[in-house]
Design a protein around this ligand. Sequence first.
Ligand SMILES: NC(=O)c1ccc[n+]([C@@H]2O[C@H](COP(=O)([O-])OP(=O)(O)OC[C@H]3O[C@@H](n4cnc5c(N)ncnc54)[C@H](OP(=O)(O)O)[C@@H]3O)[C@@H](O)[C@H]2O)c1
Length: 200
Amino acid sequence: MRAVRYHEHGGPDVLQVDEVDQPDSAADEVLIEVRAASVNAVDARFRAGSYGSVSLPAIPGGDAAGVVAEVGEDVEGFAEGDRVFAGGMGHGEGGTFAEYASIPKMKVAHLPENISFEVGGAIPNVGVTAWMAFVENAGLRPTEYCLVHGGNGGVGHTAVQLGNAMGADVLATAGSAEARERVRDLGAVVAFDYDSETLA
Ligand SMILES: NC(=O)c1ccc[n+]([C@@H]2O[C@H](COP(=O)([O-])OP(=O)(O)OC[C@H]3O[C@@H](n4cnc5c(N)ncnc54)[C@H](OP(=O)(O)O)[C@@H]3O)[C@@H](O)[C@H]2O)c1
């Protein structure tokens, strides 16, 4: 199969397309034929070598959406051909910038029919992070205020939309007028300049 890999740390120019063996699935894994995978800020940091150690050559990519190609013998609830999405890959485990990725079943979920592969492949890491913050940790309730610092970022723009969907009044910060307009379009009731000396 084809996979994007880097053999040394560096800028985007270290990425190349290689022909590699298709990954074998362990008993608790699902082999996904990848249809879409997102680029997360952390992918660039791992590639640059500034975030944590990865064994080289590495296939980057933490999120994917696609179709189940094979299920491990201990996997229940998934069948060949199912539309799925998954997150939390890469960085020591096989990444998703490849035609196939073998992913532990606990990281895989069914992708609803009305969600495209492109959207499904963009949601997992940033979506789970925003969900853990608002749902599991903060217990955010309708009509409460929440503040999303960096509302224009990968996690931030997802958090703005999630907070809004949960019925909260979302206050956000962003660094430029254009970014503040974008986060208001995504549902923030107000967007502040994070560089303002009067922010607090
Ligand atoms: N991405 C993930 O899946 C993930 C998962 C878990 C944890 N995290 C953590 O979540 C944080 C954000 O990650 P990300 O991937 O969303 O990064 P990102 O896409 O690079 O976004 C970072 C955001 O930070 C904003 N920012 C920069 N300087 C700021 C300041 N002084 N005050 C307030 N905001 C500022 C930027 O705003 P402007 O664009 O407006 O300049 C940018 O939108 C990081 O700490 C990361 O480690 C990320």
